[in-house]
Design a protein around this ligand. Sequence first.
Ligand code: GAR
Length: 198
Amino acid sequence: MRTAVLVSGGGTNLQALIDAQSRGELGSAEIVCVISSKPGAFALERAAKANIPTAVVDRSTFAGSEDFDKAILEQLKHFDAELVVLAGFMRILGDTVLSQFPRRIINVHPSLIPSFCGDGFYGLRVHKAALDYGVKVTGATVFYVNEITDGGEIIVQKAVDVVEGDTPETLQRRVMEQAEWIILPQAVKLIAEKNDKL
Ligand code: GAR
């Protein structure tokens, strides 16, 4: 299953996918390209190191989100992608892309949806909100992307304890290590296995 990974930043989730693939843990999924919405994202270096083709679709060079979506779709078609994985992709995709990949776009979010999700909840903000609320358990969720921000069908979730004295940074790291980097490759494998049976 030809898999495109969309990124905007550090790319630790991309790295987890690359590592899982090299251990043979992605089933029939194969990462065929990494597309970044930001030039200079460290994720691009991770991809290059793993010999994965990259493309940059710089959001700041597009007047509107429609044109940006069209450029993303062009890249996905160019690489003949069958599955799209958002891995720290900090942009909301519109119908131009979504309509072409029904139940074929997944995202990882660093909380147990439906807590601390939706518009404005991304990256460290999610962990800050969880700490401000005072939850004792948080986690991560992988879900199908639809037109509702963080509102699509859930595929995998994993809980992670909040620890006394946590900062958004320490909590983010624990959620990545104990949940995101595990469940994102798992979800990709699950979808690839389902696809094999079609
Ligand atoms: C991850 O924690 C991911 O769950 C989050 O951004 C981080 C990206 O890290 N995504 C969101 O908040 C999406 N709403 P990475 O670039 O190292 O994978």
